[in-house]
Design a binder for this molecule. Structure first.
Ligand SMILES: [Zn+2]
Length: 297
């Protein structure tokens, strides 16, 4: 299973989980000795590619740091390396998506910082919306139906705003926090859940997806921040619950023969976990994907 990663994801001086985690997760996965993973470095998206989703004025602000309130609208201090780091991070999502679309099976990118970003500004630690960039790139590459499955703890209001009114892209979103909540529609279906109901609500949301066999690509935002201790989580959402969730998602995709491009998304140390423990939660996604590809026990 190809996994896209670049040191450029972290090529900023900002000391923040979203940027630090990719490097730690890359080292964690290599140290875990999982068989069946091949790492590849993505290229940074060009300004023109970023502008397929984002406003030119916002991309330019991220590039030069002015106006500063727009350049830092993701909620993190602006850094001269931010454009390259964010453009390479989203480049990883796009390459994972195009790889899965072309070859089938599953692919991943160790990217963060995605689903809150808007067309004209960042939000919630997200600079560019990699999910939307990948969804539109997949459509341009011939995918007729793209599903964004967002199981991060927080709502994917940025992605919902970016796909609204388009054809061929839909979102299924189960969140345990109302942050970035949006009005649920047929195109972007939001469930607020938590606690003991969580796993059942995820299953119900997936079961409700009509005609899954007609989906050409699933973009899976596999946040681990619903975990009780992962920062922003819900009481009762344990490591075992999240392991079962990952088996459910990849089992469902495999049973319908659906290509999946996954990204780790949320999962933070401020809830009490160490960075290595957060990486251990994200490893559940990788292990479930490998299992359903027949590459792991
Ligand atoms: Zn989150």
């Amino acid at each position: 299973m190809p996994v896209f990663f670049s040191d450029a994801f972290n090529d900023v001086t900002i000391h923040f989980d979203t940027f630090m985690k990719a490097v730690a997760l890359h080292e964690h996965l290599r140290a875990a000795g999982l068989t069946g993973l091949t790492f590849g470095a993505p290229r940074a998206l060009t300004v023109a590619e970023l502008c397929t989703v984002h406003a030119r004025a916002y991309v330019d602000a991220v590039a030069v740091g002015e106006p500063l309130d727009l350049a830092a609208s993701n909620g993190v201090d602006w850094d001269p390396g931010l454009l390259t780091a964010a453009a390479t991070s989203s480049g990883g999502v796009v390459e994972a998506a195009l790889h899965a679309l072309e070859h089938g099976g599953f692919a991943g990118s160790l990217s963060s910082g995605l689903h809150h970003a808007r067309r004209g500004a960042g939000a919630g630690y997200c600079t560019f919306n990699g999910l939307a960039l990948a969804a539109f790139a997949a459509r341009r590459a011939g995918a007729g139906r793209v599903l964004v499955l967002d199981l991060d703890a927080h709502c994917g209001g940025g992605t919902a705003s970016l796909i609204e009114g388009t054809t061929g892209i839909e979102q299924v979103d189960v969140s345990v926090s109302s942050y970035d909540e949006y009005r649920s529609t047929e195109q972007a279906r939001l469930t607020l859940s938590g606690g003991a109901a969580y796993l059942g609500d995820v299953e119900a949301a997936i079961d409700a997806i009509a005609a899954p066999g007609s989906i050409d690509l699933v973009l899976y935002n596999a946040g681990m921040d619903a975990h009780t201790e992962a920062g922003g989580g819900s009481r009762g959402v344990s490591t075992e619950v999240l392991a079962a969730r990952e088996q459910m998602v990849f089992g469902w995709a495999a049973s319908h023969g659906l290509p999946v491009a996954w990204v780790p998304a949320g999962g933070y140390t401020w809830g009490g976990l160490t960075l290595d423990e957060v990486c251990g939660l994200h490893r559940l996604t990788v292990e479930a994907a490998l299992y359903h590809l027949g590459l792991a026990a």
